[in-house]
Design a protein. Structure first.
Length: 192
């Protein structure tokens, strides 16, 4: 199975890589130059108190219903640490993509499901908690892309923008691909 990126996500990755390389080149002082000042911390808008996403739909009604249920369970799992209801919505033959850390990469089939369960168990046992709010939802065919903002519970450790992609098979999801930009990396040494 080939992973296809939405052009806007691919462009964001390319821009991030280019900006990262440019910033690194600019931040490397010449041997006679004074050390560069620390970069200014990014200012983020306030975390939304209510979820009111913009729906960009050429939709399959079934995909919308199943994906939104998966998103609701995914969000609840992060908030409460109870992952089983979300995991119960996933197929045994599963595609899981995570951008960094111990679980980084594309995992497919039964291995994909095993990696997803291990990733969920890691976050449950580590006590990692987030609250998320969808900002945009795009549904086409059997795919739903949920753009969200998320922050740690309690606030302060993590804050980010994320794209969560679900593929729907019947009443379950057969893929979870997660993309984000680490604005201020957390202290978790594993990168998870």
């Amino acid at each position: 199975m080939t992973l296809k990126l939405c052009p806007c996500i691919a462009a964001a990755f390319l821009a991030s890589a280019l900006l990262s390389g440019a910033a690194q080149a600019q931040s490397e002082p010449a041997s006679s130059a004074a050390p560069a000042a620390a970069p200014a911390k990014r200012k983020l808008p306030p975390m939304p108190e209510t979820e009111a996403p913009k729906w960009n739909i050429k939709e399959n009604g079934k995909t919308r219903q199943v994906a939104w249920r998966a998103w609701t369970l995914f969000r609840a799992a992060w908030e409460k640490g109870e992952w089983q209801p979300f995991l119960d919505m996933t197929t045994d033959d599963f595609q899981f993509y995570f951008p960094q850390g111990e679980f980084a990469g594309l995992h497919e089939g039964r291995t994909g499901k095993e990696k997803l369960v291990a990733w969920a168990n890691y976050h449950r046992s580590a006590g990692n908690r987030l609250r998320s709010a969808a900002t945009h939802v795009t549904v086409a065919g059997n795919v739903a892309v949920i753009e969200a903002t998320a922050e740690s519970l309690p606030p302060g450790f993590y804050r980010n923008y994320e794209a969560i992609i679900f593929e729907v098979s019947g009443d379950r999801i057969s893929a979870l691909r997660e993309y984000w930009n680490v604005l201020d990396p957390g202290a978790d040494p594993s990168g998870n």
